[in-house]
Each structure stands twice: as structure tokens, then as C-alpha cells.
Design a protein. Sequence first.
Length: 154
Amino acid sequence: MTAIAALLLVSASLPASASSRHAGYYYPDTVSEEQYVSKAQKIPQATRESRLAFVSGVAKSVSERPYPPQRAMFAKGGDAEKLIIVSLYDDHMTTLAQARAVLALMTNVARTTKILRELQVESLFNFLDFCKMLGFTELTISDGRTYAHRFVIE
């Protein structure tokens, strides 16, 4: 293992900066963190309002299903630049691997939002790339009990 790989492994398991006032309220205090370098570029239309509209669009899509939502998604921060997704049920997204699978599924849901339909985004982009396009700088995902993981989006 290279020194850089070891450093990344150690830093991913360390608690994130105490600057997140959402830890301990929306998700557990201890937050692992990783950098996600996106292939996408932030779009000129990316504003606080567009990020809130995106979150509302996803929520609307989820609410139209014949069963209750499995997770909550909301934007926080002064410019709504921090996206948070938290499971609403026990035994859902109990591992980071399951959370990543949920993000993969959410890629398709995100494509149905008005802003991304209008942009006609390429199929090679995933949910984290969409976050970058919309100007989100962080995505924190959690099972709501045992872990929280933050993607710092670059």
C-alpha cells in the first residue's frame, strides 16, 4: 500500500470537521469523509433556488409512489449547498455499500427532475456528478443511527 493510499484510508475513517452543525442532529456525530472529483462542471443555472427545486423535485417524485418514502433528502447551508440523505427506517442503508447502491438508484430519479431534463444530461453522469452540476459541495448520507458518510464534491 502506498503512503498516499494509507493516508486516504486513515482520513476516511476519521471524524469529519466539527464545522458541520448537522452532525448529531440529522445524523450520528461521527462522520467519515471522502473526496469525490466529478467529471461534471457546475452549470450557470446552479443557484440556491435551483438546488432547493431539485430537492423538491426528487421529493415530489418519491411522494408519488404507492408506498412511504424510505429516506429523507434535504438541502442545508446558507446557500443550500449541503445535501443530506437519511434513512427513515431501521435496516435500510445499514452499510456504506447499501448507501452507494441507493445513490446509484437515485441517479435515475434525479434525471426526471425538471432542471436535469432541461439540461439533457449525458448518461455517463451519476448522482454525485449531478450534485456537482447543481452546485452542491457536500453530500452526507446516513442510516440515521450508526454511521454518516460525507462526500466532499470537487
